[in-house]
Ligand binder design. Structure first.
Ligand code: FCB
Length: 477
């Protein structure tokens, strides 16, 4: 029997560090509505939880908000032109729920939908495949006021919004992602409180996780019924997790964090069941009585693609009495059960977020997903790094970001050569933008944004990425 992986591998052989990706590999870049659009009150848009959160003193560094952001709402045509110059094959963006359905219920706002229709048409005119994410964290504020994601009804509201958006754009967008990183919405939004809506309630965060997945399942069912030919999926932020040592106590810490970071979403969505050990770990927080009969069947409605966002690895150990609390992105203090682990810093190079750079972890994550859920086509829907950038003579040289992309793309190539069905890669991010609770202080873009003038300057990593796309691979190192 021919193994498709081995014939694919044959075309991909490294030649002195030069690697080639499969024909048709989808090269893209990603953004999210609240991080780039601005125009927060225009054409009928109403506040989301991120508008409220960013306008609450003390929540976002330096009081930054997304009111103007990259002003993409008004500059999208220039931004699409830039994407075309870089040769992007695809662009992953998100739709702002309160722009297309103000308040989160009731009829669509035509002006909001028209914006996305113009954007999509412009992308298609430039030969760029639109990839649409329905939810990248901007819940309409009235839905939060009614209870937010810990409330079951929010899942039904989301399915309604998904259908209405799909009805308007489904004739021209083929790739649909329901949620971006439900882990962040649930555990940073309702657990640690570091993200909007800023609540710190462990039980609520576990209910939120469930209702986010329920909303996902309901939306997939509705969209699939409307257009079975579409590629439907969800994007999860998956981590490589390893124990600091091989002691049973450290191994148990790794099991726990793998459960809470990865399996709590992977297993219900792809296998229709919560992992037994995670249910056990969370017993001190919730009895799972919010899970109703049939929910897991809905949640595990088959997908056509899985999006993976990869940034770093968690190295964990058993806790030490009296240890310093960790920064929220590693061990959110109210991340349920996180008091049972200690996050370890290894002293390897980090980005400006202090996230350890670990390209082999990307291969591990892809191998794991492929082993446990074989056949499912995978896309890296986000991968990238923040570094401090400086404009010198009108140019931005960013060798560290470029090296990060290079090492992670080599990891992607390694995974493909091993037979993993990885079909595309989206750099985070097309341009510098509002980095959530860090405001504009962290730059992830391949394109530099001067927030005073809104000038865009492609950094050296953008020029390099354009060349990668052009040759469908990486040059020798
Ligand atoms: C991910 C988010 C994205 C961006 C990157 C750095 O968690 O999906 O919006 O903030 O991190």
């Amino acid at each position: 029997m021919t193994n498709p992986a081995s014939s694919q591998t044959a075309q991909l052989l490294d030649k002195g560090g030069q690697v080639t990706f499969p024909t048709g590999f989808l090269w893209g870049a990603a953004t999210a509505a609240y991080q780039i659009e601005g125009a927060a009150t225009e054409d009928g848009r109403t506040p989301s939880i991120w508008d409220t959160f960013s306008h609450t003193p003390g929540r976002v560094v330096q009081g930054h908000t997304g009111d103007v952001a990259c002003d993409h709402y008004h500059r999208f045509r220039d931004d699409v032109k830039l994407m075309a110059e870089l040769g992007l094959k695809s662009y992953r963006f998100s739709v702002s729920w309160p722009r297309v359905q103000p308040g989160g219920s009731g009829p669509a706002n035509q002006a909001g939908l028209d914006f996305y229709r113009r954007l999509v048409d412009d992308l298609l005119d430039h030969g760029i495949e639109p990839w649409l994410t329905l939810y990248h964290w901007d819940l309409p504020q009235p839905l939060e006021d009614a209870g937010g994601w810990p409330l079951r009804d929010t899942a039904a509201r989301f399915a309604d919004y998904a259908e209405l958006t799909h009805a308007a754009l489904g004739d021209r967008v083929r790739y649909w992602t329901t949620f971006n990183e439900p882990w962040c919405s649930a555990f940073l939004g309702y657990g640690s409180g570091a993200h909007a809506p800023g609540r710190s309630d462990a039980a609520a965060s576990v209910r939120a996780a469930h209702h986010l997945m329920l909303g996902h399942g309901l939306a997939v069912q509705a969209l699939r019924a409307a257009r079975p030919e579409h590629d439907l999926g969800i994007t999860l932020n998956l981590y490589a997790v390893s124990p600091q040592t091989d002691t049973p106590a450290d191994a148990d810490a790794a099991r726990r964090i793998d459960g809470l970071a990865n399996r709590v979403f992977l297993d219900p969505i792809l296998h229709g069941a919560y992992p037994a050990d995670v249910i056990e770990d969370l017993r001190e927080v919730t009895d799972f009585s919010h899970v109703r009969d049939g929910d897991l069947t809905t949640i595990s409605t088959p997908l056509s693609v899985l999006g993976v966002n990869y940034y770093s690895r968690h190295v964990v150990a058993a806790p030490v009495e009296g240890a310093q609390p960790e920064p929220y992105w590693r061990a959110p203090s109210n991340w349920p059960g996180s008091e049972h682990v200690r996050f370890v810093t290894r002293g390897v190079p980090v980005t400006d977020m202090d996230w350890e750079i670990d390209a082999p972890g990307l291969v591990e994550v892809l191998q794991r997903v492929n082993r446990e859920y074989p056949e499912l086509p995978l896309y890296i829907t986000e991968n990238g790094s923040a570094f401090v950038d400086e404009v010198v003579d009108g140019e931005v040289d960013d060798p560290d970001r470029l090296a990060y992309f290079d090492s992670h793309l080599r990891a992607c190539h390694e995974a493909i050569a091993a037979g993993i069905p990885l079909r595309g890669y989206f750099a985070w991010s097309l341009m510098d933008n509002f980095e959530w609770s860090w405001g504009y202080t962290k730059r992830f873009g391949m394109v530099y944004v001067d927030y005073d003038s809104q000038l865009r300057i492609p950094k050296s990593s953008a020029r390099w990425y354009a060349e990668v796309i052009r040759r469908n691979g990486l040059a020798a190192q």
